[in-house]
Design a protein. Structure first.
Length: 264
């Protein structure tokens, strides 16, 4: 009986170890799964975030990362909510700003994972000109095409525009077929810019599709919040930006593969 009890404990321990290893492997292989589904080789992808440092990033309009607002936490880039940001002795907040890739990109597929908390609101922007952003907005905030990240089901957002929910091209094109993970869980997203064609993907579903230079995009731009920004709608080789919003947000497994030219 005593020997049987010992065997049961040993088997249980092995099971727990196996579960932990399987969970760890599942998390570490999320990006690899996307690569395999796309039929691409690992060598074609470039990490924008190494999980440990801010190498390749800086604040928009800055020479460094505004590290009172942004932190590296458990292999993620975390945007700290405003309540956690310290103030100067006179009560003024520490300088913050959007977090921007130093490199710029033209034709690409971007993959990233993100999560927010209840009532959370954030975004990832692309097609960003730093010069245009500083000319028409605050010195440290990006103007660009925004892939919206939101707690869609929170009551506080019941009256916002349809194009301001998760996966949408913010304030222009509403996302369709959206299936979000529960708040606090990581979602997977992709943005594909292939010539003039653009797609937003969320948790395996294509949720937005449009073309630069199309009459449809032009008409939506003219009634959007961006209508007073000349040349906003034009495609450019631009930065990728994580939004400095008031709420907590986490980003991980951020990687990109570039197309040498538009692919058919």
């Amino acid at each position: 009986m005593k020997k049987l009890f010992i065997v049961i404990i040993m088997l249980g321990g092995l099971g727990m170890i196996g579960c932990k290893q399987e969970k760890k492997q599942d998390i570490s292989n999320l990006a690899e799964t996307v690569i395999q589904e796309s039929g691409d080789k690992e060598s074609e992808w470039h990490l924008l975030f190494d999980g440990k440092t801010f190498n390749g990033w800086r604040g928009l309009g800055m020479d460094q990362v505004p590290d009172k607002h942004w932190a590296i936490e458990d292999g993620t880039i975390r945007k700290l909510n405003s309540g956690l940001v310290p103030s100067f002795p006179d009560g003024q907040p520490m300088e913050g700003g959007d977090l921007m890739t130093i490199a710029t990109f033209d034709n690409f597929e971007l993959y990233f994972e993100w999560k927010i908390l209840k009532a959370g609101n954030s975004g990832l922007k692309y097609n960003v000109s730093e010069e245009m952003s500083q000319k028409y907005d605050s010195p440290n905030a990006a103007i660009g095409y925004e892939y919206q990240l939101l707690d869609d089901d929170d009551e506080s957002y019941k009256d916002i525009k349809a194009s301001q929910f998760s996966g949408s091209l913010y304030d222009m094109i509403e996302a369709k077929n959206v299936e979000l993970q529960p708040v606090g869980k990581f979602n997977t997203s992709r943005i594909i810019v292939n010539g003039n064609h653009v797609e937003h993907w969320l948790n395996g579903n294509m949720v937005v599709e449009f073309d630069y230079g199309s009459a449809r995009l032009d008409s939506l731009y003219k009634i959007s919040k961006y209508k007073d920004y000349p040349n906003f709608i034009k495609k450019r080789k631009g930065h990728i930006v994580l939004q400095n919003h008031d709420d907590d947000a986490w980003f991980r497994n951020i990687k990109i593969r570039e197309f040498k030219s538009s692919q058919e």
